[in-house]
Design a protein. Structure first.
Length: 289
């Protein structure tokens, strides 16, 4: 394993390692205005939501690694204490990337990237009309994390108004993750289209899983089952009884007469197939056969 002391490599190289490994990252497409009211628009992937009550988001425009200059977005947030954070979906990804170009101060990235300026209701910066969700925010605090190139500046924003395009909602009024079609940032020139990589993991919030430590030894030490497989089994509320297992095996003989003679590895492989299908109960019974 490569072990690195951050102080012993160049900032650009460290920057590359950070961006390549902490990914994918959500994108804050931040709209601001300067003290004279000139619009500015730029994307930032050092970004996330940190609180719902109050609704707080934080993003960080870093000082330039090349020449230690600050972003216009940072300067504007300090000057006006307002920002609109627009989320980025696949349909606007290339335009968003174009807006990240380091245009001179005063150039309107809305115009350069071909976005529609939409007047906000509670703050001065414009919203991006093409964005499926727009958050009007006031800037509560700006925290400088350093003075050298590559240093971040945490902009703590409080959401004062939310705008959501209704066509991304499901029948129950919730945001449909496939319809919103979000894009995330990775290392180098790479991005991630979220809906192409969705998978679900049932969260043990209302039930208490038995845990991997409670699995029978022959299952924990399986050479076939993966850590993910063990995690799924450990999220079960209980292990099937021997009576349930015996009844399953008895019925299974009709369709799979060789089941009683199957090796442990064969049973584990078959159980793994059921786990991939989401049939945890059947997987358990095969593992305990």
């Amino acid at each position: 394993m490569l072990s690195i002391n951050p102080n012993e490599i160049s900032v650009p190289k460290l920057h590359g390692y950070l961006l390549g490994s902490i990914a994918p990252r959500p994108i804050a497409f931040a709209s601001t205005v300067d003290a004279e009211g000139n619009p500015n628009l730029a994307p930032f992937s050092f970004f996330n939501v940190f609180s719902a009550n109050p609704p707080i988001m934080v993003f960080s425009p870093a000082r330039s690694v090349r020449d230690n200059t600050t972003k216009h977005t940072l300067d504007n947030c300090i000057a006006t204490k307002e920002v609109v954070i627009n989320v980025v979906n696949y349909e606007m990804a290339h335009q968003m990337s174009l807006a990240s170009t380091a245009y001179p101060k005063g150039v309107n990235e809305f115009v350069k990237a071909g976005f529609t300026m939409l007047k906000s209701e509670k703050v001065t910066p414009f919203r991006v009309a093409e964005s499926p969700v727009q958050f009007e925010c006031k800037v509560n605090e700006v925290i400088a994390l350093g003075n050298d190139g590559g240093a971040g500046n945490m902009i703590v924003c409080e959401v004062v108004k939310v705008h959501i395009q209704e066509d991304i909602l499901d029948n129950e009024g919730r945001i449909d993750q496939h319809k919103i079609d979000l894009v995330a940032r990775a290392g180098g020139s790479f991005y991630s289209r979220a809906k192409e990589g969705f998978f679900e993991i049932p969260k043990p919030l209302t039930t208490l899983g038995i845990g991997v430590d409670a699995l029978p030894e022959h299952i924990k030490n399986s050479t076939i089952l993966t850590g993910n497989d063990l995690g799924i089994l450990g999220n079960s509320e209980a292990i099937p009884s021997q009576e349930e297992v015996s009844a399953y095996i008895k019925n299974a003989k009709n369709t799979c007469p060789h089941i009683e003679k199957a090796s442990a590895d064969e049973l584990h492989k078959k159980a793994q197939e059921y786990l991939k299908k989401g049939d945890v109960n059947t997987a358990w019974k095969l593992l305990l056969a």
